[in-house]
Design a protein around this ligand. Sequence first.
Ligand code: ZN
Length: 162
Amino acid sequence: MILTERELNEIFAHAEEAFPEEACGIVIGKPDDPNTNLVRRCRNLANQYHLDDPIRNPRDAKTAYIMDPKDLLRAQGEADAKGFEFVVLYHSHPDHEAYFSETDRELALFDGEPVWSRLRYLVVSVQNGKVSYFKVFGWDSIEKQFTAEPSAVFERKDQHLV
Ligand SMILES: [Zn+2]
């Protein structure tokens, strides 16, 4: 895993604020240097999409997330300017377990291959407005699927595992 406690706390705060809707965002940073990580929240447009076209978008923000492309572009621009990459994409599951759903899989894949192969996906379960636990998923290129990874968290200063 490639996050420190600081980013995790920021993600948890976002997930609890967004409850009962799904929160989503991106962590940018230098690959393999968690000290550089920055959390960037993205707006969840699922409610808007649902209202505009409920047939094509049957689910609203309580059970879906659609990241605002403007927020993603801004994060991409910032990452490019700093020499950073997208490290983790996160979203929350309000009153649901932290699993990687079929929809999550569809969003992460293009033509059966991951859109960003090095990107990890963090899913946080929020129960009754409080973060319960999280899981991290990465692409397994042999199994051709996303699998849960051990989620050790780095301490910010000396970076040993807790
Ligand atoms: Zn999900």
